[in-house]
Design a protein around this ligand. Sequence first.
Ligand SMILES: Cc1cc2nc3c(=O)[nH]c(=O)nc-3n(C[C@H](O)[C@H](O)[C@H](O)COP(=O)(O)OP(=O)(O)OC[C@H]3O[C@@H](n4cnc5c(N)ncnc54)[C@H](O)[C@@H]3O)c2cc1C
Length: 412
Amino acid sequence: MTRVAIVGGGAAGLLAGIAAAWGGAQVTIYEKMRVPGKKMLITGKGRCNITNACEIPDFIKNLPGNGRFLNSALHRFTNDDIVLLLESNGLPTKVERGGRIFPVSDKAKDVVDTLVRIYTEAGGKLQTDTKVIDIMVKEGHVYGVRTVNGVYEADRVILAAGGASYPGTGSDGGGAKLAKKLGHTIVPLKPSLIPLESDYPYVDDLQGLSLRNVQATLLADGVKLGSEFGEMLFTHFGVSGPIVLSLSNLAADALAAGKDVELEVDLKPALSEEKLDARIQRDFVQYSRKQVLNGMKDLLPQRLIPVVLDMSYVDENKFINQVSREERHRLLQTLKHFVITISATRPIAEAIVTAGGVSVKEIDPKTMESKRIKGLYFAGEVMDIDGYTGGYNLQAAFSSGHAAGEAAAAEE
Ligand SMILES: Cc1cc2nc3c(=O)[nH]c(=O)nc-3n(C[C@H](O)[C@H](O)[C@H](O)COP(=O)(O)OP(=O)(O)OC[C@H]3O[C@@H](n4cnc5c(N)ncnc54)[C@H](O)[C@@H]3O)c2cc1C
């Protein structure tokens, strides 16, 4: 029997374990934490956005960090396959907005428990509280793992130790270090899908406010880099929320290049400037005897009104019938171009995903085997692969894990 050792019991490690055990191998997952799948437990705000209902080419588009490398793996273990695996083992799923797939129970723990059960029922062994400190290699071929609890021999080793974000879940960048020791090239780790910090003067006034249906455009030295429509959130340090996370990679690169980065938010993207002007004028007729601070509540969330007025140099105590055409024009411009300066990204520990990792140029895309060391395989976020929110990152972990497990179990 082929002995397969898997480093890490997260999304990729569990799928690798299931595929290897089904392939007839004797499999052990070594997980450094007390329980497996700790990061999966916090995915999708504790609900686990397992995958997406889109077509495979759309997965590749939504994995801007080397999604094409996963073409074969994504076709061989698809979104339908992970859904079928969970459903046939008693965990129904549902599709939500944007094709996002969740368990019907809305509990990430059910996903982890189901995968662990499938793995152990397939004959896989799980050794928790067991950190792997070395992958042992002789004459270009792996022969086992050295752990804090001793040395275990194996014919194949799958490194599925995750990225470097949320280190409290166990993935702390150690996987890339293990690969580096073996001579693999590591593309520098950096945060992806990361909230952005701002030194904008209104951060304290707006923290906790979320905006829906806005269009945010990222600018570097005044040049447009990207634009996203949807929801964003003001926090105590700056901005977060889905559209900010999606633009964050572009922001990180521009900040690293020393550029001035700004997020320009169109608060009323459904209305052209002319239509918005007409709408403001209508509201101003209706509320003409109110102070401007109290006369814009149909247009904006209450907490945003004093900020918009201040940014437009309009005195909030002024009565609406005294607002000049010039002032109304400035208000209109602020509503269409609400600019937030971006000073930094949050640290990598707070990233949803780690960009960078083991260079995919040194990995066979069909088997996930190292091109440098025989018998060594990679799966999941430890590789230089990253995607957007929407279930794409977990599917990348599941598909690459499955490919690695299947190949590692196969006879030479
Ligand atoms: C807050 C948050 C929410 C997210 N939500 C979603 C979502 O809803 N949908 C989605 O698709 N993606 C989501 N992601 C991303 C997704 O969780 C990851 O991309 C995915 O978990 C990567 O799987 P992995 O198995 O490669 O790594 P991990 O899931 O990080 O697993 C790696 C495992 O390896 C173990 N390990 C590390 N080093 C060692 C060692 N030396 N020895 C032994 N064990 C080791 C770790 O303890 C860990 O259990 C989210 C991420 C975060 C942080």
